[in-house]
Design a binder for this molecule. Sequence first.
Ligand SMILES: NC(=O)c1ccc[n+]([C@@H]2O[C@H](COP(=O)([O-])OP(=O)(O)OC[C@H]3O[C@@H](n4cnc5c(N)ncnc54)[C@H](O)[C@@H]3O)[C@@H](O)[C@H]2O)c1
Length: 260
Amino acid sequence: MIQELPRPVLKGKKALIAGIANEYSIAYGCASAFRELGAELAITYLNEKARPHVEPLAQKLDAPIFVPLNVMEPGELEAVFARIEREWGELDILVHSIAFAPKEDLQGGLLDCSAEGFAKAMDVSCHSFIRMAKLAAPLMKDGGCMFAMSYHGAQKVVPNYNVMGPVKAALEASCRYLAYELGPQKIRVHAISPGPLKTRAASGLKDFDLLLNEAVSRAPVGELVDIMDVGFACAYLATPYARRITGETMYVDGGVNIMG
Ligand SMILES: NC(=O)c1ccc[n+]([C@@H]2O[C@H](COP(=O)([O-])OP(=O)(O)OC[C@H]3O[C@@H](n4cnc5c(N)ncnc54)[C@H](O)[C@@H]3O)[C@@H](O)[C@H]2O)c1
């Protein structure tokens, strides 16, 4: 039996959200949904250039922790978790909504992807989640839930997704292995696979508008998803209603992925 739950259902939960660049970011949808359901937020921004775009959003969501995080900068990830430990002493929810590949490697086919470009894309978009999970787990003293953003190009070939296909495949597999390793600590781990959304990261993909048009015409629900759809899917998975669901790749795509 699930004990009686607070209202709103995530009241008092502590969530770290990494990956807000602006109001269109998927991470902002996650942060907004968690906040609406009562969670307190720690929000990161990439660097000083990004800060003015993210700070008003963090303020709007009353985030008590607002810290820089470039996962390529040695020590920054550790500093984020040290701050969380100092201020909260615990963590319940982690969202990794970060991806990067050098433009020349992203926009060419996989055959032309350089070793450096591949390694960088894998480090920022996949291994940084593993590093985060390692730092977050000891703070999830009563269990918790971790999310990483994937895409259907991990499972099937999506033209122009290129190097990000194998990178997201590794991310989804990492979520399963982390779910296995962290399960005994009551920490659940999910990959979330949103349908295409017009964000800054997406603008780096060639012919992204075609992908949007195709998604809307193929989706059984007949509509594109928005960032709040993704946020509320994560919020549900973070509640005790989903306490025995882990290691999933959860599609939030209006059903596009079921189509042949
Ligand atoms: N937009 C889509 O169609 C779509 C679909 C499925 C999955 N995704 C995934 O969702 C996630 C979020 O992307 P988005 O579409 O919201 O775009 P976005 O541009 O709003 O977010 C990407 C974020 O990654 C961050 N980032 C890049 N390099 C970083 C680094 N070194 N350290 C820390 N942060 C770094 C950026 O600062 C930015 O906040 C990504 O993993 C992306 O692959 C996007």
